[in-house]
Design a protein around this ligand. Structure first.
Ligand code: PBG
Length: 337
């Protein structure tokens, strides 16, 4: 039976009703402000030694470290799904990690072999190479350490060598994720001097000292080594003016694109950066964000598939040009259909 509830007098609205646009699917589609497309998604991958090897990451259910041969298959799938680029991170064997991080610039290191093999097999996909020492050093810090201090200029010298090795191996984009001062300018100058003018730099410009990197550190094997924290180089989460200074500095130093990281807790920073700068801005939906969605989904607290979509869309709304996300392949396929 149809109820006849009394109506409130709505004349104060003067006819302005915002629900009018939301009444039907066609109208919602017509007024939609942003899109999420496969080309917005960059896929981070963890590489390990071996043949036909994959290993589980306890805190990232559904993500596996892959040997280079399996990563080539993954790269083909990503290309076919419309993903423009991969971001590669090595899990360096323990015996090659050292205090001076020298494995970072070994031209035959795991990272360089992954880059050259994938570049050859799947030349259509962009390869983003992470540059930081935590993946090669024995103490899990992104820089060289002396008496507990993270050294800046000495670290930059190692990173420059690491970036050159990666460029020679076929990296299309060098992505320094360490937050040392001056590393973008130093890497740009070295790339140009060696004939790599065409290699881009995507700088992790506004990277916060965050608890949300925990699962990543398990994935690359640096977590158990890390003593202390990264707060003398990664940013204080209380700040966002400072993020704009970091981004501005990296643009001045020659960054082609910049990143804000982590993602969802820092949407305000993405929006401020979008309003202030015209460079491409990328968001990184980091490992801890992935773990939260997976685990809350598995516990039945949220609808996992809906959460993935909503969380990624939020980055586009905030103004990001693209998103590094462990959901890239799955979502590129979902969005493509
Ligand atoms: C290393 C690096 C980290 C991440 C990307 N590059 C970890 C850290 O800075 O401790 C985190 C990515 C993630 O959590 O998904 N410099």
């Amino acid at each position: 039976m149809t109820q006849n509830w009394p109506k409130h007098d709505m004349s104060f609205l003067s006819g302005r009703r915002l629900r009018r646009l939301r009444q039907s699917a066609w109208s919602r589609a017509m007024v939609r402000e942003t899109e999420l497309l496969p080309r917005d998604l960059i896929w981070p991958l963890f590489v390990i030694e071996g043949q036909n090897e994959k290993t589980q990451i306890r805190t990232m259910p559904g993500v596996e470290r892959l040997s280079i041969d399996l990563m080539v298959d993954a790269a083909r799938q990503a290309r076919d799904a419309g993903i423009p680029a991969l971001a590669i991170f090595p899990n360096t064997p323990d015996d090659l990690r050292s205090e001076n991080g020298a494995e970072a610039y070994n031209p035959d290191n795991l990272m360089c072999r992954a880059l050259s093999t994938i570049k050859q097999a799947v030349p259509e996909i962009g390869l983003i190479a992470d540059v930081a020492l935590d993946e090669y050093s024995s103490d899990g810090q992104d820089g060289l350490v002396r008496d507990g201090e993270i050294l800046n200029d000495e670290t930059v010298a190692v990173m420059v060598k690491s970036a050159l090795a990666q460029a020679r191996a076929g990296a299309d984009i060098i992505a320094p994720s360490d937050m040392m001062d001056g590393r973008v300018a130093a890497i740009r100058a070295a790339l140009d001097a060696e004939g790599f003018e065409h290699v881009q730099i995507m700088s992790y410009s506004a990277k916060y000292a965050s608890c949300f990197y925990g699962p990543f550190r398990e994935a690359v094997g640096s977590g158990s080594r890390l003593k202390g924290d990264k707060r003398t180089y990664q940013m204080d989460y209380a700040n966002s003016d400072e993020a704009l200074r970091e981004i501005e500095q990296d643009i001045v130093e020659g960054a082609d694109s910049v990143m804000v990281k982590p993602g969802m807790p820092y949407l305000d920073v993405i929006r401020r950066a979008r309003d202030a700068f015209s460079v491409p801005i990328y968001a990184y939906q980091v490992s801890g964000e992935y773990a939260m969605i997976e685990m809350a989904g598995a516990a039945g607290a949220i609808n996992r598939d809906a959460a993935v979509l909503e969380s990624l869309w939020a980055f586009k709304r905030a103004g990001a040009n693209g998103i590094l996300t462990y959901y890239a392949l799955e979502m590129a396929r979902r969005l493509g259909n």
